[in-house]
Design a binder for this molecule. Sequence first.
Ligand code: ADP
Length: 378
Amino acid sequence: MALRVGVVGGGQLARMMIAPAVELGVDLRVLAEEEGMAASLAASAVGDYRDADTVLAFAREVDVVTFDHEHVPQDVLSVLVQAGVRVHPGPDALRFAQDKLVMRARLAELGMPQPDWAAVTTAEELQAFLDDHGGRAVVKTPRGGYDGKGVRVVSAATEADDWFATLAEDARGGALLVEELVDFSRELAQQVARRPSGDVAVYPVVETVQRGGVCAEVIAPAPHAGDRLREVAAEIGVAIAQGLEVTGMLAVELFETTDERLLVNELAMRPHNSGHWTQDGAVTSQFEQHLRAVLDLPLGDAASREPWSVMINILGGPAEGGLDARFAAAMAEHPDAKVHTYGKAPRPGRKVGHVTVAGDDLDDVAYRARAAASVFLD
Ligand code: ADP
């Protein structure tokens, strides 16, 4: 009988696990938040991932549970583990991807390079950090942020008053994370897959280009990356995967500083936007690899298939007519481009798809990828 993987969350990451699951002969089930989501093709259930009974009933039908996002609460995860469900990544790993303060504290214990940081509960504490760091810093809400929401550059403690007020209303209390404003030359991402039995597969480090806090482009491998940079990035990725006992795909977002250090920004324990290029540019895509890892099957080769791959996110899409109307034009003009769409309605800024082109010459590959993606925009 086919192995069954249950994915909690019906977004585009779950959607992109469907094709490799079919190819591997893995039976993929999805617990979607609502009807008509990106992964609705494989949605065997629709329900609230914050409800333990709902998630447990879904989990009982599969061999292993994994995730499209990191928002499933710890108490729900505990119910699964206590019921004997295999959960990958497990709750003890996932909490480091759920809370940036918990992550910072653990990475400090592991000796990982990261920006100066502090947990602050009052405007006075934030001001003290600002005074010690040249008057500017980055304040983050520890939980629930994504695509730059919950991240704010401040130069006065009063600029975070609304967030402190929200903390004060929360019966659980808590703190904000404040970090030094890193003077980075670029952002990188290192992906690693890890099996429960411990084996790891290490992808090439990539460059990620963010616009307005949202990933816009990924270049694989990161251009001008010498052996030392690649080794250090890989060592950080493996050390975190092992130290946090991550199972499945791990993405480590990194800053490369102007003085050539790498600092850890944040972690994702699932397939990640920085790895979409692997569908068309690597021997084993991150989606196939995630399935293999959570099933504790031998991992695939994480090497690139082509010297360069460039992935461009389709952000927003056309104002009228949907993406389908642009398919024919994109295909006609760019037969070399691999177009992926998520079945989502276009909306300003929304990630509705991506385009990847792979080949020998970086400038040419980047030009063709950007041109193909632009067909889907106004
Ligand atoms: P999210 O969880 O929303 O993805 P991140 O913590 O990754 O938030 O921050 C979003 C973006 O904000 C980063 O990609 C980076 O461009 C910028 N950023 C975050 N932290 C810092 C920092 N300490 N110094 C400078 N820029 C930062």
